[in-house]
Write a protein that binds this ligand. Sequence first.
Ligand code: ZN
Length: 149
Amino acid sequence: MHELALVDQMIRILRTKAREHGATRITRVRVVVGGLSCASPWALRFAFEALTRPQRPEAAGPLQADGLLAGAALDIVERPAVARCPRCGQEFPLDEAMAACPRCGSAGKVISGTEVYLESFEAEVPEGPEGTPKDQVEEPKEDPACLRR
Ligand SMILES: [Zn+2]
């Protein structure tokens, strides 16, 4: 199950970002999963739970040892894949890799929807600039090495 590796990488990115922003706790993580990505939302959630919520405290690995992600919510945004017709330029959503253009019937070429990435996260930052307890971070558009089809 490579979702475990994906989530493991995401957690490492989150850790780095949290440190950069001086966050002590991450409360919410938003991940975008393309309709044709290699990852299953169900497996991602399972992996996230497994890596952030150990059943027994003594079983905690180095990733969850400091509780940075303890109890963090995971939002998974499923984004349908989009294809573009090479003949007429029509763009259309698709749910399987081979789909025909609704206008001319040519085989569409997938232009988005194979990605999995960390879109944003919310964290508790002690003594924020305006006393805001939450810091919405939108920058990490990193694709954690998704195995593309
Ligand atoms: Zn077409």
